[in-house]
Design a protein around this ligand. Structure first.
Ligand SMILES: [Mg+2]
Ligand SMILES: [Zn+2]
Length: 227
């Protein structure tokens, strides 16, 4: 079965959390109270994002100018290139927003399949959050487990709370930060990484094992994924 890499965006592909950056720069400070409610588990990610976007006051030009200059992980493009050369699929799965992700990808000449939330322009500096129908499954804006291919072995690369739902279902996780702690606590097969450079050897290891199915992936997770 082919391998598919599902890549988180904020904090993973882009070391900066673009949603937080836009809120810090342009939203009413009450956005942080909403954030605290979400961090404490009192509201869903979807409810949190909807309320925070309602507090945002920025023109489309201000948003584009803010995100366009942000760095991407230097090994992100080499990682995608190596994955493609090995025949793996790659997509971006994000609980962030199209208006911050797409300009940054295009500024770097990158075009990848993308599942994320939408920022709907209401005119002037006002916005509403738009979500996919699937997200309601787990309270995310974009439920990452609902948007990954069902007929592939899925390797998640991510860093945070928005990755928890897919981490439970993925075949393997390359995990930064809080996501690595979560995987350890939950007994999820994973490797702790600091950046995409740390993830490159994983792709090389897959190449050595192409003749035997899924040697580094956990079969318990495979069975539950395809049950
Ligand atoms: Mg993230
Ligand atoms: Zn989910």
């Amino acid at each position: 079965m082919r391998l598919h890499f599902a890549l988180d965006f904020d904090g993973t592909i882009c070391p900066v959390d673009t949603t937080d950056l836009l809120l810090e720069r342009f939203a009413d400070p009450a956005w942080e109270d909403v954030e605290a409610e979400w961090q404490a588990g009192r509201i869903t990610s979807r409810a949190c994002l909807a309320r925070q976007v309602d507090l945002l006051r920025a023109t489309p030009e201000q948003i584009a100018a803010t995100v366009r200059e942000l760095p991407l992980d230097p090994a992100f493009i080499p990682f995608v290139t190596h994955a493609w050369l090995r025949g793996a699929g790659v997509s971006i799965v994000s609980d962030g927003f199209d208006q911050s992700i797409v300009p940054l990808l295009h500024a770097n000449g990158i075009d990848l399949p993308l599942s994320c939330n939408r920022l709907i322009h209401l005119g002037a500096d006002r916005w509403a959050a738009g979500f996919s129908a699937d997200g309601a499954l787990c309270g995310s804006g974009t439920c990452k487990c609902a948007v990954v291919p069902k007929d592939r072995q899925v390797v998640l690369v991510g860093d945070g709370r928005s990755d928890f739902c897919l981490a439970r279902r993925a075949d393997y996780v390359l995990a930064k930060g809080r996501l690595a702690d979560f995987c350890r606590e939950e007994g999820i097969p994973h490797q702790r990484i600091s950046n995409f450079a740390d993830a490159l050897p994983f792709i090389a290891a897959q190449g050595q094992f192409t003749r035997s199915p899924a040697p580094v992936l956990n079969t318990r997770h495979l069975e539950s994924l395809h049950a």
